[in-house]
Design a protein around this ligand. Structure first.
Ligand SMILES: Nc1nc2c(ncn2[C@@H]2O[C@H](COP(=O)(O)OP(=O)(O)OP(=O)(O)O)[C@@H](O)[C@H]2O)c(=O)[nH]1
Length: 836
């Protein structure tokens, strides 16, 4: 007894999915098939700027959202359906066949995973959704963090079988830190062993979230091979109390809507009661509505529930939960409705903050425009760089001058566009709150802050204000040290320049990649955050950018340093003498190097204070000016002298004197910088500083020079019975230090009101179908987390070993923690294995 709807794009404008099912006028009508009411059906790249103009300016109808989840949870599959149902694509892309719109880099299509955060815009229910797809692999966490900065809301996709996985937790907490409202989509409900109720309990237990179930799985009895079984066929809308069943073997735009009966009704009623009660606990308006209807949970209108749910979601008090199976085209339209209904528009979010040094400013306090370049990608079609920006204040117009506050360069925004994955539409302006693309800039890198409209700014006349304004950065993040590297060599001499350009391009796109040149071998090294990160970067260099280069084996990046207990001797001086334009030049630099110990936080107060006022040089190296340091010169400013000194010190530290590796964790204390009075340039200070460092390093006894190795923060997730084996393996065989053993369910809460919620006291529907699963049912056991610090060298190939040790039950997460001095024995063995 239902209503059969064909929503071939009709939902986009005229019949939004949510409204179709709620429409009273359809009640009681049996199996009606609606004709196509409205078909947008334009293809990728068609010009549509004009038709969108209303959405362009109404910022309340914009949703800048990201899809974040564990690898393989189905983000890309879900996104492809979103694009299809919104009328943006004419056919559904398939990850397994490598023809999706979102994963458009060849490297992504080959591996079936998302590597870059492609941003894409489409419309739903008269709202503009700017969607940023984020990668799920741990190697790309940095990419996720970067894109989270520009999101207003997020959709977390879970695999219905796997539930809340380790990477989901990590990214969830990153979103939590930025207070980004989230909704959860429990995907893959068609898989054997999927459990919606279990997933809900895990969201509460592992992610400390207060769940609000807005739809639940609908199963239908079918006979397969003579046996009765249940098949996932749609969702039950808890707000409307309707079942929405997808018509099998369709593209998901046809479904049957009917009233709930029997057990379905009883269970959905429980969910609705729980939903209303949760909202009433948090929202006074909901309490009032509840009293108005004489405490009847079912009499509260879905509109009132929606209003309260939106409010509580925006306050990060609750998380709406939905379910579906994107691959089977089930549940994606309700997810789109929820995105519009519950996730924030840019005006619902607190204003962005601009920072430089100690200056901090709200975006509302400036009269100039600011935008963040959250992603730079090379466009293979045009050969140009596409800079994805989010505009935080003002309207950026085509041909506006833009100033990059990160590297002080100015250029023009020659072309603006909106991206639809790998196709673009030219536009004349990008309004506040929107995401768009600037094409053809020369100097903008991922993460840079762009300023515009500053020529008319009132602050222009005030020199100090102007200076501050020109260096402000939006949500800056520090780039962690890369721990892997591979050598990259041009195949012939004529390939050298294209290789340099190719590497430059990769660096603009991804600031977590580094390029350096080994002084001894003159080899170029490309460094990255993980093996996959580097593998993909080198793949792109060779295949996509067509650089004729040979990429060597991926290796761990080591550093060298000086022993913690080394007492620095007397300062070392170096006098550099050279010739510039026929005149003799010289400079003398006198300095000392001191070790910065790993346990800086424990009893090194003086050093800690000194470092706070020192210049950070990267690799945990610092430049400190001695108390007696006093540079005064008639022709050269102190700023110029210290800039020249800094360059020399960095160059000197690139080459340690025992292993030939870059120095790490040293403080360079400069006592004297001298320049003869008749000189008018600070240039000779650079080589003088560089050689002074080299001379100091040579003066240190060999046995006081140590190897530093990357140490990872590792979390191993195991069953109780595997704890002993895994812990002893970490401490004995892997030279790791276990520092905590925890229950998987967190005791501390990440809710806005800091309340801990017991997963067993939260409503979650029964998982009727789990018992039907023939194999591989995931047990809902409380797992344990072993937290440890382990040298990266010992973690290579760990997953295979862990799986063998735990009969496939264990999993782990790791992220770079810091470089540590290796013991003599470890240093010898590493050196022999890696470098001999
Ligand atoms: N059974 C089933 N499989 C699905 C569903 N959604 C996605 N998959 C499959 O799950 C695999 C991973 O899907 P993706 O969409 O690539 O997942 P992802 O989260 O984007 O993965 P990354 O891009 O690597 O982070 C593919 O083989 C999909 O076909 C679903 O609803 N049901």
């Amino acid at each position: 007894m239902g209503l059969r709807l064909s929503i071939s794009a009709c939902h986009t404008r005229c019949l939004p999915f949510g409204r179709a099912v709620s429409s009273q006028s359809f009640r009681g009508i049996e199996s009606i098939r609606l004709a196509v009411v409205f078909r947008r059906g334009y293809a990728v790249g068609q010009k549509k700027a004009k038709e969108e103009s209303g959405l362009e300016t109404d910022i309340r109808r914009v949703r800048n959202i990201g899809i974040i989840a564990h690898i393989d949870a189905g983000k890309t599959t879900t996104t492809e359906r979103m694009l299809y149902y919104s009328g943006y694509t004419k056919r559904i892309g398939n990850v397994d066949e490598g023809d999706t719109v979102m994963d458009y880099l060849p490297a992504e299509r080959d591996r079936g995973i998302t590597i870059t955060s492609a941003a894409i815009s489409f419309d739903w229910n008269a709202h503009r959704i700017n969607l940023i797809d984020t990668p799920g692999h741990a190697d790309f966490t940095f990419e996720v963090i970067r894109s989270i900065r520009v999101l207003d809301g997020a959709v977390t996709v879970l695999d219905g079988v796997e539930g809340v996985e380790a990477q989901t937790e990590k990214v969830w907490h990153q979103a939590q830190e930025m207070k980004i409202p989230r909704i959860v989509f429990v995907n893959k409900m068609d898989r054997e062993g999927a459990g919606f109720g279990r997933a809900v309990r895990e969201i509460v237990g592992k992610l400390s979230a207060r769940t609000c179930i807005i739809n639940m799985p609908l199963f239908k009895k079918v006979i397969e091979n003579g046996l009765s079984t249940a098949k996932f066929c749609g969702v039950i809308d808890v707000l409307e109390m309707k079942s929405i069943e997808c018509v099998p073997d369709t593209d998901g735009r046809e479904f049957i809507v009917r009233d709930l009966v029997d057990e379905e009704f009883d269970e959905a009623k429980k969910a609705r009661v729980a939903l209303v009660e949760t909202l009433a606990e948090l929202d006074d308006d909901m309490v009032e509505k509840f009293l108005e209807v004489d405490d009847d949970h079912m009499a509260i209108s879905s509109r009132d529930i929606k209003t309260a749910l939106r409010k509580c979601t925006l306050n990060n008090q609750v998380v709406p939960v939905l379910c579906g199976a994107s691959f089977r085209n089930i549940g994606v339209q309700p997810l789109l409705d929820a995105t519009v209904d519950y996730l924030p528009s840019p005006v619902d979010r607190p204003p962005a903050t601009l920072k430089t040094g100690t200056t901090e400013l709200s975006i509302t306090d400036t009269d100039v425009g600011y935008a963040l370049a959250f992603k730079v990608v090379h466009d293979n079609h045009s050969g140009k760089m596409l800079v994805f920006i989010r505009v935080y204040s003002g309207t950026l117009r085509r041909l506006d001058k833009i100033y990059n506050t990160s590297n002080s360069t100015e250029e023009k925004a020659l072309k603006l566009s909106r991206m639809y994955a790998d196709a673009s539409v030219d536009i004349d302006m990008i309004h506040e709150g929107h995401i768009g693309v600037i094409t053809g800039t020369k100097d903008v890198r991922t993460g840079d802050t762009i300023m515009f409209g500053y020529e008319k700014s009132k602050s222009r006349s005030n020199r100090k204000l102007k200076q501050d304004m020109m260096s402000l950065q939006l949500n800056p993040i520090s780039v962690p040290s890369p721990v892997f590297f591979a050598s990259v060599e041009p195949k012939t001499i004529s390939d050298t320049r294209p290789m340099e350009l190719g590497l430059q391009m990769l660096l603009r796109e991804d600031p977590s990649l580094h390029v350096s040149v080994d002084e001894e071998t003159s080899q170029t090294h490309l460094s990255g955050m993980g093996e996959l990160h580097l593998e993909i970067a080198s793949d792109r260099l060779v295949r996509e950018l067509k650089v004729n280069a040979h990429v060597g084996k991926i290796q761990i990046s080591y550093r060298e340093s000086i022993e913690n207990n080394l007492t620095p001797g007397a300062p070392v001086s170096y006098t550099y003498k050279g010739v510039n334009k026929g005149s003799e030049t010289s400079s003398t630099v006198s300095l000392v190097l001191r070790p910065i110990p790993e346990d800086l936080d424990w009893g090194h107060q003086d050093l800690k204070e000194q470092l706070q006022t020192s210049i950070a040089l990267g690799d945990n190296n610092f430049l400190t000016f001695d108390n007696e340091y006093d540079f005064a010169h008639p022709n050269v400013s102190a700023d110029d002298a210290s800039a020249a000194l800094r360059v020399g010190v960095i160059a000197g530290l690139l080459h340690g004197k025992r292993f030939g590796l870059p120095m790490h964790s040293v403080q360079v204390v400069v006592k004297i910088v001298e320049l003869p009075l008749e000189q008018d340039s600070a240039a000779p200070v650079t080589p003088a500083a560089r050689f002074a460092i080299a001379r100091f390093l040579e003066s240190i006894p060999l046995e006081s020079k140590v190897l530093m190795e990357p140490v990872m923060d590792v979390t191993v997730i195991v069953d109780e019975e595997d704890i002993g084996n895994v812990m002893s393996d970490i401490s004995s065989a892997r030279s790791g230090r276990v520092y905590a053993l925890e229950d998987e369910h967190r005791k501390e809460s990440s809710l806005a009101d800091n309340e801990y919620i017991d997963p067993d006291r939260v409503y979650s529907p029964p998982d009727y179908t789990l018992h039907l699963s023939k194999h591989n049912i995931r047990r809902e056991l409380q797992k344990k987390l072993i937290r440890a610090k382990v040298p990266l060298n010992e973690m290579v190939g760990y997953l295979k070993y862990l799986r063998a040790m735990t009969q496939g039950r264990g999993s782990f997460l790791m992220s770079f923690d810091r470089y540590e001095r290796a013991s003599k024995e470890r240093a010898t063995s590493i050196w022999q294995n890696h470098y001999s």
